[in-house]
Design a protein around this ligand. Structure first.
Ligand code: NAD
Ligand code: LMR
Length: 334
């Protein structure tokens, strides 16, 4: 009994120690995401910032006996800079969610300035942190963060991520429902961006390449518009929060594994990508290998069917506009 306890103690202290800061930590995503990050043994300092309730959520979570010190902050007393000081990883779920009938782009007017201001604080207080953006519209908020960091001369494209992991989770789940398998064993690469037709699942790269056309079309549509299912079901009370927290925690955990030097840590993410830069698409989601400096390698898309190639072409047209919108916002509203 004692030996088992001692082994556990050893393995948790032997893992690397990181500070993770969550901005928007008291929201629908923020709270369960904070909980899941409290359970991650690589996290030794967890900073929870929100306009309201940051301290309350932090006190609640701090009673969980894992090896991290949790602190909560609000905007008073320079809370944001304290929350960010020394952070290795920053997770940003701050901002408003959709209501039925809205697109993610409809959130731009509210969320663009929230994300811009938080990015400025990251540039000032933790310029070396890996920044993971959850706030929508991701296709535009990630370029907003990049523009802000560039304007402050601290942009490191290897450490900026748009979190698209929820699309990957949904793709595994929905595919398994169609083919009758255990979703744990279904791994679907999802590329492009994070909204409707920019979400492109590469089903041909799974073990289920020969689905009947109708089944395939319905599956792709469900993956692309899975967010709408949740928005409808919540009837005006928000969008995906719990599944997103799981997705965010999985992605953050991969980033931490990479920083800790673990091998073969691969997740898709929306990043500053060379894949289609020559066509004006500055950011694109594809599989990324994570390492001690953030992105170690951005993977190509692999072999595609004609249908997938067409979806990617369509996605690129929308992505160019979404990215430009984010860049222009910062230029016009620095
Ligand atoms: P929510 O309204 O429940 O929570 C948002 C939180 O952000 C609130 O607690 C609010 O006080 C806080 N906030 C607002 N402005 C802030 C600021 N300037 N600084 C710090 N905190 C601030 O919303 P939610 O359901 O948690 O969703 C948050 C965002 O995540 C939305 O934009 C939503 O569209 C997006 N989202 C993205 C994905 C994805 O896959 N990337 C999935 C689901 C939701
Ligand atoms: C999702 O995919 O669930 C999120 O982007 C939230 C939304 O607005 O659908």
């Amino acid at each position: 009994m004692f030996a088992k306890f001692a082994t556990r103690q050893f393995s948790s202290t032997a893992s690397s120690a990181y500070k993770v800061s969550i901005l928007g930590a008291a929201g629908g995503i923020g709270q369960p995401l904070s909980l899941l990050m409290k359970l991650n043994h690589k996290v030794t300092k967890l900073s929870l910032y929100d306009l309201r309730l940051g301290a309350g959520v932090a006190t609640d979570i701090s009673h969980i006996p894992t090896n991290s010190v949790v602190k909560g902050y609000g905007p008073e007393d320079d809370g944001l800079s304290k929350a960010l000081e020394g952070a290795d990883v920053v997770l940003i779920p701050a901002g408003v969610p959709r209501k039925p009938g809205m697109t993610r782009d409809d959130l731009f007017n509210t969320n663009a300035s929230i994300v811009r201001d938080l990015a400025k604080a990251c540039a000032d207080h933790c310029p070396n942190a890996a920044i993971c953006v959850i706030s929508n519209p991701v296709n535009s908020t990630v370029p907003i963060v990049a523009e802000v960091l560039k304007s402050k001369n601290v942009y490191n494209p290897k450490k900026l991520f748009g979190v698209t992991t929820l699309d990957v989770l949904r793709a595994s789940r929905f595919l398994s429902e169609v083919v009758g398998t255990n979703p744990v064993h279904e791994h679907v690469t999802v590329v492009g961006g994070h909204s409707g037709i920019t979400i492109v699942p590469l089903i041909s790269q799974t073990n289920h390449k020969n689905l009947p056309k109708e089944t395939y079309d319905a599956l792709v549509h469900r993956i692309q518009f899975g967010g709408d299912e949740v928005v409808q079901a919540k009837g005006g009370a928000g969008s995906a929060t719990l599944s997103m927290a799981q997705a965010g925690a999985r992605f953050a955990s991969a980033v931490l594994d990479g920083l800790a030097g673990e091998k073969d840590v691969v997740e898709p993410a929306f990043v500053d990508s060379p894949l289609f830069k020559n066509e004006g698409v500055e950011f694109f989601s594809s599989k990324v290998t994570l390492g001690v400096d953030g992105i170690k390698h951005i993977h190509g898309l692999g072999e595609l069917t004609n249908a997938e190639q067409e979806m990617i072409n369509t996605a690129k047209e929308t992505l160019v506009k979404n990215i430009e919108k984010g860049v222009n916002f910062v230029k016009q509203n620095p």
